[in-house]
Design a protein around this ligand. Structure first.
Ligand SMILES: Nc1ncnc2c1ncn2[C@@H]1O[C@H](COP(=O)(O)OP(=O)(O)OP(=O)(O)O)[C@@H](O)[C@H]1O
Ligand SMILES: Cc1ncsc1CCO
Ligand SMILES: [Mg+2]
Length: 265
């Protein structure tokens, strides 16, 4: 995998503007919708139990994020993933802070039973889902490095027959057989909330433009990492990083992507 394998998916996304249905948390909604629009996708934040299954029939992909769960929202998530499974819709699970509380663990287990196409989490979340740790997550932020999560990510992907992305200082994307390690991004990205949540939704957008969920997840993660790194380098702090990231997702060109992409393995 290199830039010339991944970049065509970025172009497809910009050309095709796929619909991405998101049930995400209160913190992430605005930045997620803006990230998707800047990258060329068409976001819809739709969570009411009464309409989520009908919305799935419109033919978009789906991103489910359990960052601020409550019973009525979880009911909507379950109705959406059930409809997605029946229709064969590709969907992404972001298991925010799984391991932190019994409630979150139960929500994650319920969602997992509907076979996500991709699970994207930080290292602590991926290790928890793989049964490698008890409570090592510090709320929504990870206390683990993605490199530590490598074996857990492979095991989880194989067990669940899905793609797993474990993000952090390096990003690992695996389907249990194939593995790519991406070295882009910047530590300042951890000072902006919900960038991981936004990446999960961006992965859902890329799922719409590729038949290979592993390649789609790698492309989304690489593109986001390169844009985040470039955004951080010119930023005065977290707030300007956020704005610059949205601009770069909109304007990044093939030459800059090619020059910056760090495929480490
Ligand atoms: N130390 C770091 N160095 C470089 N890039 C990083 C670092 N930590 C996170 N990133 C990048 O930030 C983005 C979000 O990943 P992260 O693992 O922080 O998600 P998260 O913990 O789920 O975030 P959130 O819950 O706030 O949405 C990814 O693109 C990742 O590569
Ligand atoms: C800060 C925060 N709290 C619940 S979800 C969320 C966004 C980052 O995951
Ligand atoms: Mg997260």
């Amino acid at each position: 995998m290199n830039a010339s394998d991944l970049w065509p998916l970025v172009l497809s996304l910009r050309e095709r503007a796929p619909l991405v249905q998101c049930i995400t948390n209160f913190v992430a909604m605005d930045v997620t919708a803006n990230v998707l629009l800047a990258a060329g996708a068409s976001p819809a934040m739709v969570h009411a139990t009464e309409e989520v299954a009908d919305f799935v029939q419109l033919g978009g992909t789906l991103s489910i994020n359990m960052g601020t769960p409550s019973p009525d929202w979880v009911e909507g998530m379950m109705a959406a993933v059930s409809a997605a499974q029946t229709r064969g819709t590709s969907w992404v699970l972001d298991p925010v802070a799984v391991g932190a509380t019994p409630y979150r663990n139960a929500v994650a287990a319920g969602l997992l039973s509907f076979d996500p196409t991709v699970i994207r989490g930080n290292a602590g979340e991926i290790m928890t889902l793989a049964g490698r740790t008890c409570v090592t997550t510090k709320g929504v932020d990870s206390t683990q490095t993605a490199a530590t999560a490598r074996d857990a990510a492979i095991a989880l992907a194989a067990e669940r027959r899905c793609v797993v992305a474990a993000t952090g200082e390096v990003d690992i994307v695996t389907d249990g057989r194939r593995l790519i390690v991406l070295g882009n991004g910047h530590p300042l990205m951890t000072k902006v909330t919900a960038l991981g949540c936004s990446l999960s939704a961006l992965i859902a957008a890329f799922l719409a433009v590729s038949d290979d969920p592993w390649a789609a997840t790698a492309a989304a993660t690489a593109y986001f990492g390169v844009c985040g790194e470039l955004a951080a380098e010119g930023a005065a702090g977290p707030a300007s990083l956020r704005i610059r990231l949205i601009d770069l997702l909109y304007s990044l060109d093939a030459a800059a992507f090619d020059q910056r992409l760090k495929v480490m393995a």
